[in-house]
Design a protein around this ligand. Structure first.
Ligand code: NAP
Length: 302
């Protein structure tokens, strides 16, 4: 017979881990299932400097701390992929390892990286989606970062400490990311900003040797010699599981309000998978707390 939990959380990023902390502190039995690695996107962030109370911390360390806190409180944490949720009383959550039942379900499935969709992107050595993971391979080399959000700006700052030169390529003339990061980049002598430009192709055979670039203003084309391209062009929601349980909007986000409720009784949405204006670590954690307390109340009212 499947093991039963009061609250089952899908997704081990900051929203899911915070939900686990709150639900455990409320005395509920809690299972958190994560398919890839605990900590979510934040685990690959070079530096977090906007989490209140922590002046500066690496994303990996913050992820470790959240994990340890959830674990110390008695959360059961498993690396398993949820394949299906079967309706019923209680609901059954089927994973690649087994199945569980739960009274309340919190979807904290986050987002996955968007890619540029260029030929060779998936197979070529030299194309990366994680500066923290792969940056050291490019020590002393010339690299490019594509994107204009906070991830791209932070990645470029991180890489400029390792690489000979970093070219940031952004499709518009203004960055989407925080001005404080853009200002810090402008002060780096080994960083150049290539604005109003898109990457149209990857040069080289099995290994990247350069990029084809096109100006969005003039349409002119040129090539840039680099050993590495770090793509940081945003994220898209992990929508498949959500869509099987609750309505999602055209972009795949769950249109749940600040209360984290969904139209499905006993199903709650927290963090980046929820349609929202501000996607920050703090708002993900806030969602985790709200969703957990709503889930606990749901269990109590059963
Ligand atoms: P993002 O803010 O959505 O930025 C994605 C960037 O990629 C945008 O500049 C976008 O250009 C560009 N882009 C998208 N599709 C593209 C394409 N096909 N070709 C070229 N460029 C493309 O994504 P993010 O930087 O990953 O950040 C995600 C969320 O996490 C944000 O809310 C961000 O603030 C947050 N975050 C916060 C921190 C922090 O410490 N504060 C750190 C990392 C991330 P346009 O600007 O033209 O749309």
């Amino acid at each position: 017979m499947a093991e039963h939990f009061d609250v089952l959380i899908v997704g081990g990023g900051p929203a899911g881990l915070t939900a686990a902390i709150y639900a455990r502190r409320a005395g509920k039995s809690v299972l958190l299932l994560e398919k890839e690695g605990f900590g979510g996107q934040i685990a690959s962030s070079p530096k977090v400097e906007n989490f209140p109370g922590l002046l500066s911390i690496s994303g990996a360390e913050l992820a470790d701390r959240l994990y340890s806190q959830a674990e110390a409180l008695g959360t059961r944490l498993e690396l398993e992929e949820v394949l299906e949720v079967r309706d019923g009383t209680p609901r059954t959550v089927v994973t690649d390892y087994g199945s569980y039942t739960c009274s309340a379900l919190i979807l904290a499935t986050g987002m996955k990286r968007r890619t540029l969709g260029l030929p060779g992107e998936d197979t070529m050595t030299g194309v990366s989606f994680c500066a923290v993971c792969d940056g050291s391979f490019y020590r002393g080399k010339d690299v490019a970062v594509c994107g204009g959000g906070n991830t791209a700006l932070q990645d470029a700052l991180f890489l400029s400490d390792l690489c000979r030169h970093v070219t940031v390529i952004h499709r518009r003339s203004a960055f989407r990311g925080d001005p404080v990061l853009a200002e810090a980049l402008c002060k780096r002598s080994n960083v150049s900003l290539t604005m109003d430009t898109v990457v149209t192709g990857l040069l080289g055979g099995d290994t990247l040797t350069g990029l084809s670039l096109r100006s969005t203003l003039t349409g002119s084309e040129r090539q840039l010699a680099v050993s590495g391209l770090f793509e940081a062009v945003g994220q898209i929601p992990e929508a498949a599981l959500s869509a099987s349980l609750v309505p999602v909007d055209g972009d795949g986000f769950i249109p749940s309000g600040e209360d984290c409720l969904t139209p499905a009784a006993g199903v709650f949405a927290a963090g980046d998978c929820r349609a929202k204006a501000v996607r920050q670590l703090t708002t993900a954690c806030a969602d985790g707390a709200v969703a957990a307390l709503a889930a606990c109340k749901y269990c109590d009212d059963l």
